[in-house]
Write a new protein. Structure first.
Length: 398
């Protein structure tokens, strides 16, 4: 694999600049840090590994993923489209003043031989090559963080999370799902129109109205328990607006069933059950859940945390787990595989809601989806109340 520039930060920053310039990718400092962190665990000499690490981090849509592959080939197999990294994203070998003559100084720096050390005027004094100057603005701090030897973790952006009261259509669809999804039968026998056990006592009492003739037989049957729901919503940047229907589903389920627990996750897990119940009661809620919304994606670590902290209390043979995620994951594959296996053993069913299923030509072949798929009971896409009703008709538990 060929790298056009000398250092990893330069190559990464330049490649992201090409994606922004030529393909209109929405890439900022956070995506750069996520990509750098992902490459820490990859063999950077293996082209396929680097491609597979960067694609889910930098691509947000199916079209982005297609454009990514073509841009990756052009950038790393030839220097025609390679451009120098933006100012502030290069290696910390020299410091350039961010004043009015910054552009001229940067151009002179690029024209000068790379092997000739020189001094650069910064503000009122001179500094030697290799000095790192502190930048006051927030973007500068983010760019400096990218150049550290140990990159920052996949931090969340703390984007606000909006919970709205459910509409009538969502309530009806959630009610249909709650009514149709039933799990193990109760040990108690109750009166029923039809059942496996003949109710002699009730039949005899009913025959008193017909002169002792048992015209209408009575029956008993064990009722089936209503399921408990655990909703885990992926709020990473790759989900974007696709996470909104999952939030509406969680709020609607909370309105029709009190036995509903809701969590969001990105690089960390956050329980928002109390807030979804308030939204179900008609209150509009705006939450700030740092590192659980708007960041990167570590599905395996978040599922493992859920099992460790909440699994004993919330999981059981009457629990249906709903995971809303696109399956794009940069965490440990082994941890995700183990967490899904444990989750499948302790729950009645696992429903995976993937918004990418509605995309033409999509195949669930991402690493996260391929590892989770053997343990999934139902794979579906829910973007509106009609899709939720279709899920209710398709899913059977017990």
């Amino acid at each position: 694999m060929t790298y056009p520039f000398a250092s990893l930060p330069e190559n990464l920053a330049a490649f992201c600049a090409v994606l922004r310039r030529d393909h209109r990718f929405r890439i900022g400092p956070r995506e750069l840090m996520d990509a750098a962190h992902g490459l820490e665990f990859a063999d950077i000499t293996n082209e396929r590994v680097v491609r597979d690490v960067l694609r889910p981090i930098l691509s947000k849509t199916f079209d982005d993923a297609n454009a990514f592959d073509a841009a990756f080939d052009r950038f790393f197999r030839g220097r025609d489209d390679a451009v120098p990294p933006p100012e502030g994203l290069g290696p910390p070998e020299t410091s350039v003043d961010e004043s009015a003559d910054a552009a001229d100084a940067a151009a002179a720096k690029r024209r000068a031989p790379t092997s000739a050390p020189k001094e650069v005027d910064v503000d009122s004094g001179t500094v030697d090559a290799g000095t790192v100057r502190e930048v006051a603005d927030a973007d500068g701090e983010a760019r400096a963080a990218l150049l550290r030897a140990s990159y920052s973790p996949l931090a969340g952006e703390g984007a606000p999370l909006l919970l709205e009261p459910p509409t009538r259509a969502w309530l009806e669809a959630a009610g249909a799902l709650s009514a149709r999804v039933q799990t193990a039968a109760s040990r108690r026998w109750r009166p029923a129109v039809h059942g496996p056990r003949f109710d002699f006592r009730r039949t005899l009492r009913t025959s008193l109205h017909t002169g002792g003739e048992p015209i209408t037989p009575r029956w008993r049957a064990p009722p089936r328990h209503r399921s408990r729901f655990v909703v885990l919503i992926d709020g990473s940047r790759s989900m974007g607006e696709s996470a909104r229907p999952a939030l509406r589903t969680a709020v609607a389920l909370s309105a029709v069933s009190r036995a509903t627990e809701t969590f969001t996750f990105s690089t960390m897990l956050r329980r928002i059950t109390r807030d979804t119940r308030r939204a179900a009661a008609g209150e509009r809620r705006t939450l700030h859940v740092e590192q659980a919304w708007g960041g990167g994606t570590t599905i395996g670590a978040c599922l493992d945390e859920f099992l460790l902290v909440f699994g004993e209390r919330l999981l059981g043979p009457d629990t249906v787990v709903i995971i809303a995620s696109d399956g794009l994951d940069v965490g440990s594959p082994n941890l995700l595989r183990q967490a899904m296996a444990r989750l499948a053993r302790r729950a009645a069913a696992i429903v995976w809601i993937n918004p990418l299923l509605d995309t033409a030509g999509y195949e669930p072949t991402a690493v996260g989806m391929s590892l989770a798929r053997p343990h999934i009971t139902t794979l579906a896409s829910v973007g509106d109340p009609d899709a939720l009703r279709a899920l209710a008709r398709a899913l059977r538990v017990g």
